[in-house]
Design a protein around this ligand. Structure first.
Ligand SMILES: NC(=O)c1ccc[n+]([C@@H]2O[C@H](COP(=O)([O-])OP(=O)(O)OC[C@H]3O[C@@H](n4cnc5c(N)ncnc54)[C@H](O)[C@@H]3O)[C@@H](O)[C@H]2O)c1
Length: 248
């Protein structure tokens, strides 16, 4: 039976966000795909429509609070409500050690990955309070729990998300809004390939017991579970989906 829930996916134009949008649509949700890359976002919507799913696209820069407000309004205007969100928009590290990291690059990575996540949670939660609840996933990273070479900006942004998620989970537990963090390890996406090309020394420092990257679909499976009623007693969690990288 079709799932009547309305879902917003940031970063839905590529990689993990696209896999989440496609899986949610396959399960019958109405999906708002939000991304700063209009071509990528529209491609996701076309792929969903081609297999009979329901999706729309809205242009979004998560680093711009007014734009985040507009993405939530676009979702409620199109589908009447918002029941869940998977926030996947993000950028990789600048690939410099700390003493060579320009403040401008630090602020750009924090501005998108952490401040952007704050704007998304703030305005998605406000909309969910109007309709009595919902569930949100913030895509963090294994980098939140490990020191990765030449990646302090990225590690800090992804670790900050864990604190934001725990605080929000406590603030809204009584109002029926669950907020969880998902921590992927290496996943086979354009971001992962850009990141290893710009930071080649990093790969040699990582041990992944399962000896492979994930597919974006494997990350999406966990994210979709976290926004589903099947995870109804899970909030404030940091769920690692990383082939054992964090514990090795
Ligand atoms: N791929 C990995 O190995 C990996 C590992 C851990 C965590 N992650 C995290 O997963 C998330 C998704 O990454 P991915 O690998 O799918 O990357 P990706 O580059 O394939 O997709 C990221 C999407 O986010 C969009 N985006 C970037 N900045 C944005 C902004 N300011 N506003 C709106 N959209 C923006 C991009 O246009 C792109 O469509 C990111 O938060 C990333 O940090 C990825």
């Amino acid at each position: 039976m079709a799932d009547p829930r309305v879902m917003l996916v940031t970063g839905g134009g590529s990689g993990i966000g696209r896999a989440c949008a496609e899986r949610l649509a396959r399960e019958g949700c109405s999906v708002m795909v939000a991304d700063r890359d209009a071509d990528g976002g529209r491609d996701t919507v076309s792929a969903i429509a081609a297999v009979g799913g329901t999706a729309r696209f809205t242009l979004l820069d998560v680093a711009d609070e007014a734009c985040v407000v507009a993405s939530v309004a676009a979702t409620t205007d199109a589908f009447g409500r918002i029941d869940g969100a998977i926030n996947s928009a993000g950028v990789p590290q600048t690939a410099q050690p700390v003493h060579r990291l320009d403040a401008e690059d630090w602020l750009r990575v924090i501005g998108i990955n952490l401040n952007g996540m704050f704007y998304c949670l703030k305005h998605q939660i406000a909309a969910m309070l109007e309709t009595g609840g919902g569930a949100i996933v913030a895509i963090s990273s294994a980098a939140a729990l490990k020191g990765l070479l030449n990646s302090a900006d990225y590690c800090a942004s992804k670790a900050g998300i864990l604190g934001l998620v725990r605080g929000a989970a406590v603030d809204y537990a009584e109002q029926g809004i669950r907020v969880n963090a998902l921590l992927p390890g290496g996943s086979d996406t354009p971001l992962a390939h850009r990141s290893s090309a710009s930071n080649p020394a990093l790969a040699g420092t990582l041990r992944v017991p399962m000896m492979r990257m994930s597919s974006p679909a494997e990350i999406a499976a966990a994210a979709v579970w976290l926004v589903s009623p099947d995870s109804s007693y899970v909030t404030g969690a940091s769920l690692s989906v990383d082939g054992g990288m964090t514990i090795a």
